[in-house]
Design a binder for this molecule. Structure first.
Ligand SMILES: [Zn+2]
Length: 262
């Protein structure tokens, strides 16, 4: 378990399954303990025991089993409340609180902003608590989620909204895919020196068995190939190389298709 301090709360990062991360948001001076995307109940129960605080809430970014399988067993152990997207309520197990962008959700006095970010699934949402973004399978370290239910335009719009957040925003995504993503990134963006530095830093972290996550919006904007189409120079040179229109959506779409073929 790794822990990070934010103003008013801590985030505990729990590895789960092969390469998932479950996050616990532990709100200071309150009884609120929140699990984000509990793939598995076992590590959540163990961490709550160690931290001496029972679980009060679950936040689900989307319906996939490796984000929601813990809902039922955790609810029966802790009687916690499950929050997920209203538009996908039928596919979120045990949902109690249906949220949308307009929802005024507060947990232990901390405002939770809901961002509707479809593309990976049609009802995918992200949660922003102050400077901490929980973005599930939309934005990854050096990558983005596959388009299982949405199209490239939806995903590009969703990623562009996340990219507008403050550079210092911590990116808590749900999988440790960063190194594989960065190797693809280097193949399409070989002159990017920020990317080269990130690869060397994150390689060292993985050798030490440390997570590469959280990253930050600023780092993703400068090194993640799926955000780089917003950079007009990158966009123009990539489009010229592949003989495609030099607009961000065309470049994003080409990148997503190329990555899927690996
Ligand atoms: Zn997923």
């Amino acid at each position: 378990m790794w822990s990070y301090q934010h103003p008013g709360f801590s985030v505990h990062q729990l590895p789960a399954l092969n390469d998932n991360y479950i996050y616990l948001i532990d709100v200071d001076n309150s009884d609120v303990m929140v699990a984000v995307d509990p793939a598995d109940a076992v590590p959540v129960k163990k961490a709550c025991r160690e931290l001496g605080k029972p679980l009060t809430h679950i936040l689900n970014t989307h319906h996939h089993w490796d984000h929601t399988d813990g809902n039922k067993p955790l609810k029966s152990s802790f009687h916690c409340q499950v929050a997920g997207a209203a538009v996908d309520a039928a596919r979120i197990p045990e949902i109690d609180i249906e949220v949308s962008e307009e929802s005024q959700l507060q947990l232990g006095g901390i405002d939770v902003r809901i961002l509707f970010v479809p593309g990976h699934t049609r009802g995918h949402i992200a949660f922003l608590l102050k400077d901490a973004l929980f973005c599930g399978d939309t934005l990854f370290g050096g990558g983005c989620g596959r388009l299982f239910e949405g199209d490239a335009e939806q995903m590009w719009n969703s990623l562009s909204r996340l990219a507008e957040l403050d550079d210092a925003t911590h990116v808590y995504c749900a999988h440790e895919y960063t190194l594989a993503n960065l190797h693809f990134a280097q193949s399409v963006d070989p002159e990017n020196s920020a990317l080269a530095s990130r690869i060397s830093l994150d390689t060292q972290r993985r050798i030490r068995k440390e997570p590469t996550i959280p990253s930050s919006i600023g780092l993703e904007r400068s090194t993640n190939p799926f955000l780089r189409p917003a950079d007009s120079q990158f966009c123009a040179s990539y489009a010229a190389l592949h003989n495609i229109p030099a607009d961000a959506l065309s470049v994003f779409t080409h990148l997503r298709v190329s990555k899927d073929q690996i």
